[in-house]
Design a binder for this molecule. Sequence first.
Ligand code: AHR
Length: 653
Amino acid sequence: MKIKSLIISAVAAAALPVAAGAAGVEVRLGAKGAAEIPPTLYGLFFEDINYAADGGLYAEKVINRSFEFPQSLMGWNVSGNVEVRSDGPFDRAPHYVRLSPSGHRHKHTALENEGFFGVSAEKGKEYRLSLWGRAEGSDSARIRVEIADPASMGETHVLAKADIRVAPGDWRKYEVTLKPSHTVEKGRLRIFLVHPDRTVDLEHISLMPADTWKGRRNGLRADLAQKLADLHPGVFRFPGGCIVEGTDLDSRYRWKNTVGPVENRPVNENRWHYTFAHRFYPDYYQSGGLGFYEFFELSEDLGAAPLPVLSVGLSCQYQNNGEECHVPVDSLQPYIDDALDLIEFANGDTTTVWGGLRAEMGHPAPFGLKYIGIGNEQWGPEYVERLKPFISAIRSRYPDIRIVGSSGPNPDGERFDMLWEAMTDLGADLVDEHFYRPEDWFAKSPSRYDSYSRKAPKVFAGEYACHGKGKKYNHFNAALLEAAFLTGVERNADIVEMATYAPLFAHVEGWQWRPDLIWFDNLRSMPTSSYHVQKLYADNKGARVAPVTLTGADSTLFVSAVTDANGDIIVKAVNLSDAPVPLDFTFNPGKNRKLKAQASPAAVTVTTLHAGAMDENTLECPDKVKPAVSEAAYAGETLTLPAKTFAVYRFTH
Ligand code: AHR
């Protein structure tokens, strides 16, 4: 970057009373100009990759529930007389199935849904089966719905069942509650036509747990959403990275297709179903059930600032070369309108078109959108020239919205420098940086932001993860390096406004990209060591940066500190070396007498994250790497930071 300056405060080493062999950690309290910690600093990046939405966070258990996949019966096994028709009640999702007599009283006409790697159901819980139906002719027709366990013999084969009498005439919605007799991970949902001489039409067949997170009907899987809530995210970015762009413009994410009644949302191809040929998932589509309304609602529930990212009119530049693949600059208006309409959807009053739709969907109050990203991981002059008209249109209608631009896929180099300069010139408020990098890069990068300009746009470290070698999920050493890196983010909270690890979720059977923060199967989920790092930072975010001076420390010790609104002093320290490091803390109130009491804490809570370098959590052993907490009175003792450990010291009074 051409615009850099170095501002690091220093205190004379000689002033610090350091025990022999110990490192001195002097924390300056009430330092003039010390930055406030932005509420958005630690956040979440959500993308529907690795079956993160359908088959993951979105609690729907039926795949291709509306028969809208290009192969209408994908995910469904059929028997007897099943016909796909396309004049259904929902104009943007018009397909449905007609179940007619099989022609023989001993043959069933039936449907069976495979779910996402199976249809899972748990004993003791309730599931809402809903569908739209109508019987042909003048009589009602009976159907039977079942959750079945194909692997189970005998009586446990059918876990739950119910009959529904479908009336003739208009389409109506039906709902029954199913209570499984035992738990199944890879079950099936089956629907039989019971009357052998009647015909019935069925549409939008859905199976949702009743105990979704916060009990919402079009809801989220409770264990996964809770893991997000436990991270207390300050910002929630959606709907992702590359899926914003699509493989081509046709498959780009279109937020307007994801709002309104859930039955009437068209599916979109999920580019991750084929992006990596060695992880090919031909049934990976986006139902839109977890759409923009639900993302805003989730952000609100999490207490996080929503950060939607929209297409800038460029299809994914990795897969598309040449201007002909992108929207010409003079034809961008519909894309710009998408951005303006989205702001209206989130914030507009209920008399506006899009604010009115939000109200109709159940949220008359504005969502309080403050940020918008334009373009995902774009680069080159083709990005800059397209971003420009977006910025002027948004600024002129919504001057308070903060706009996030991109610095491309690499965290340095000519392209990166050019984009930072261009984002500065265009007046972007934040610049999104991406770095999926190996261990040695992270070990060298905790000082990355120390030398950034204080006058340029703010930094959004929007996608990052340490890609450690050799493990399936994510090993502890990678997480330790992320913790070291985050000391630099915290220290530079005056210019880093947000940081989000990526990707967030992965299904153990359906992943395309790893490492990821949270892994799950159909019944279980587990936090990785990186998750614990994120949580320790978020739980100990504090209110204001407290500058730190280290003395007698070698280059494998990384430290940052903050003070909390209640006066607590929180120090994060990462020891990358193979030897323990004794730490001598001093708290320097400067000349401010009012801070003298704060400078003499009476107790310390130490939370450590430590494990073998290659240790990782798994679904079978989800707590192999987890934090340990201890509390003690404190009277200035030396505290020893073990080798290869991340520790959070919270000093209280
Ligand atoms: O996080 C996975 C992908 O990495 C994102 O979709 C994209 O923005 C980046 O290349």
